[in-house]
Design a protein around this ligand. Sequence first.
Ligand code: AR6
Length: 176
Amino acid sequence: MEVTNAKISIEAVKGGITQQPDVEAIVNAANAELTTGGGVAGAIHHAAGPDLYKECQDFAPIRPGEAVITGAHKLPNKYVIHCLGPVYERKKNHEELLANCYKNALKLAEENTITSIAFPAISTGVFGYPMEEAAEVAVRTILGELPRLKQVEKIKFVLFTQADLEIYQKKLEELQ
Ligand code: AR6
């Protein structure tokens, strides 16, 4: 699945976030302390090695919706952009905070002249955000940011399961 808007391509793929050597930056679904954690964060820290944790400690803690950038160490990428997604709680501002993750990650990508970036489905694991709702926020926010992007040319959504991939593909078709 690929959506092309002028010179920016957006695609959804099935896979692991640490196995995306074709992008300059991968996004981490971090915790506030920027420690190893599980899920995406665990996989990223495991693959990057202990120096990533050391570099992260200068930036911690971060708040929900915030993003910080580090090197990627042993990963096949150049940068890791760490976002703290919101914990899903009904009637709270989780939607705005999740959108801020995508906006702030893209802002850092632009500031660092990054041309390609891969996002996992932030907040949809331990933080309990339903995949369907999270995909809507992710895709809508990214599409809304496209006119502001001058450096980024390629955006990938990396989903862990076929079911999650199909949800994203449907959203990309609906919202483009
Ligand atoms: N590659 C791509 N997607 C993955 C991978 C992977 N290697 N591993 C899991 N997913 P989560 P959150 C999917 O829990 O909800 C951590 O422990 C997973 O199926 O990683 O933002 C941190 O330390 C799910 O759809 O992130 C935080 O404390 C999605 O990625 C907390 O969990 C996100 O799952 C963050 O929770």
